[in-house]
Design a protein around this ligand. Structure first.
Ligand code: URA
Length: 239
């Protein structure tokens, strides 16, 4: 790959900034000073350094984000803050994107990566990856019959036939149900539309798990961290 691309990928700035860096600072490939960003480099076999400090090239990055409400699951938007605005500037330079979407008002687990292949495997309906959510639902009582309707596969109001989903009641008052729901699809507003189909309304939604990956209970809202080696291996193994 090109040296400037490798440096950009490792967070050394935009192409323009890297051009200036190559002029001003000492960038070496196997101890030989290089000023031309077009120079080809093989990060597997050659060692790149900036001012004597070795550059660690990592092709793919994987982060778990605890998405807060109020930001959208996109990489850019003219009006609304996106999940990428929650990242440190250096991490944003690595071009991550969210794997799947959570609505603006939904909280919880969002995987950010630049690994398109893993993203595809996790999102493909063929792979039946479980997504587990905590939801608060108003407008009626979730009963055994409701649970059975979800298990049988609901027909949504627009006629879409949803796949079977697992629903469990965690807490219930007259006004509200707290439930856990596991779905394998990720259609637009899927959980909200499923409850609409039985005459109820989701008032709060949080994703807790995607495949083997569970939201870290110690990760504050709005914070993110790299996946551990174990989390990544499990995710790749199951997808
Ligand atoms: N289902 C929804 O309705 N919204 C989400 O954000 C995720 C699943």
């Amino acid at each position: 790959m090109r040296l400037d691309k490798l440096l950009a990928h490792c967070g050394y700035g935009s192409r323009k900034e890297i051009k200036a860096l190559l002029k001003k600072q000492t960038v070496t490939i196997d101890d030989k000073r290089i000023k031309d960003g077009k120079q080809q480099v093989d990060p597997e076999t050659e060692s790149v350094a900036v001012d004597g400090k070795e550059v660690h090239y990592q092709a793919y990055y994987y982060w778990m984000l605890h998405k807060p409400a109020g930001v959208i699951s996109a990489t850019e938007d003219a009006h609304t803050r996106t999940v990428l605005d929650l990242l440190a500037p250096d991490d944003r330079l690595l071009s991550p994107f969210p794997v799947g979407r959570l609505d603006k008002d939904t909280e919880g687990l969002l995987l950010l990566t630049n690994d398109g292949e893993l993203a595809h495997q996790l999102l493909s309906p063929k792979h039946h990856v479980d997504k587990r959510y905590l939801a608060r639902v108003a407008g009626g009582q979730v009963t055994l019959e409701t649970i059975q309707q979800f298990a049988d596969g609901l027909t949504l109001l627009d006629g879409y036939q949803a796949m079977p989903a697992r629903l469990a009641v965690l807490k219930q008052t007259e006004a509200e149900n707290e439930v856990e729901i596991i779905i394998q699809e990720g259609k637009f507003h899927q959980v909200k539309r499923m409850f609409e189909a039985v005459g109820m309304k989701v008032t709060y939604l949080k994703r807790l798990q995607m495949g083997s990956l569970q939201l870290d209970a110690n990760l504050p809202l709005g914070a993110y961290r790299p996946l551990t080696a174990e989390e990544l291996a499990a995710l790749k193994g199951m997808s």
